[in-house]
Ligand binder design. Structure first.
Ligand code: SAH
Length: 214
C-alpha cells in the first residue's frame, strides 16, 4: 500500500467536492483528507477511491459513497471520546472516519470472510484500536453497551429494538430505514424519558440489513 502526492491531491479534490455538497464539519473533512481511501478498494480500482460514488467490495457488499459516509457522520454529531457502535463494518472505511475523529469505535460485520479480511486490514493500516466484532448487528453488542451513538450502514426494514435499548439516554442513532430499494435517512434521538425523536434526512440506497450471520 503506497500513498503518494497524487493520491493526496485526489483527496483534496474529494474534500472540496464534499464541501461544495454542504459538508462543513472540519473533523469529518480532515478524516477524508488524511485516510488513504484507495487502500480500501482493490488495487486495480484505486482511482475510483476519490470519486464520490459507492463501489463494490468483497462478498457482494459495497463501500458507501463518500458523501453518504460524510452525511451519516454529520448526523451522528460525533464528540471526541464518544462510544460508537457501527453496524456493517464492510471495508472498514466508515469506522476509520469515526476513529480518526476521536470516537471509541465498535463495529459489527455478519459476513465472516469480510470480517476476517477487514479486521486484519485495520490492524495493518494502524487502526487496530477499532474493536471489530463478528455477529448479527440486530443483536448489537450488549457486552459493551450502552453507546453514545449507533450507526447503521445497511438498509433496515424496521428499527432494531435491541439497538435502541443499547443507546444511552440522550444518544443518537442514524439508520437508513425503508422496505425495498430506497431508504430514508433517519436520525433518532433517545430522549431522557426513553421516548424517541425521529427526523428524516432524505432518500438513500443501501445494501440490505440482513438477519443472522454468514
Ligand atoms: N460501513 C461500510 C459499508 C458497508 S455496506 C463501509 O464503510 O465500507 C453494509 C455492510 O453491512 C455489509 O458489509 C453487510 O455485510 C453488513 N451487514 C448487513 N446486515 C448486517 C447485520 N445484521 N449485522 C452486521 N452487518 C451486517
Amino acid at each position: 500500500m503506497i500513498d503518494t502526492h497524487r493520491h493526496r491531491g485526489l483527496r483534496q479534490q474529494l474534500v472540496n467536492e464534499l464541501k461544495s455538497k454542504g459538508i462543513k464539519n472540519e473533523l469529518i473533512l480532515s478524516a477524508f483528507m488524511d485516510i488513504p481511501r484507495h487502500y480500501f478498494l482493490e488495487k486495480t480500482f484505486a482511482d475510483w477511491a476519490y470519486k464520490d460514488v459507492a463501489f463494490p467490495i468483497d462478498a457482494d457488499q459495497t463501500i458507501s459513497q463518500p458523501y453518504t459516509v460524510a452525511m451519516q457522520t454529520t448526523l451522528l454529531d460525533i464528540k471526541k471520546g464518544d462510544k460508537v457502535l457501527e453496524i456493517g463494518t464492510g471495508s472498514g472505511f466508515q469506522a476509520c472516519v469515526l476513529s480518526h475523529m476521536g470516537a471509541k469505535v465498535y463495529t459489527i460485520e455478519r459476513q465472516k470472510k469480510l470480517f476476517d479480511k477487514t479486521e486484519k486490514f485495520l490492524h495493518d493500516i494502524g487502526f487496530g484500536n477499532i474493536r471489530t466484532l463478528y455477529g448479527d448487528g440486530y443483536e448489537g453488542a450488549p457486552r459493551f453497551a450502552p453507546f453514545d451513538k449507533i450507526l447503521i450502514t445497511a438498509g433496515a426494514s424496521e428499527i432494531p429494538v435491541k439497538l435502541i435499548e443499547q443507546l444511552k439516554p440522550g444518544g443518537i442513532m442514524v439508520i437508513p430505514l425503508g422496505q425495498g430499494d430506497l431508504q430514508k435517512m433517519l436520525k433518532i434521538t433517545k430522549n431522557e424519558d426513553g421516548s424517541l425523536k425521529k427526523e428524516n434526512f432524505g432518500n438513500y440506497r443501501f445494501v440490505p440489513f440482513l438477519k443472522g450471520v454468514n
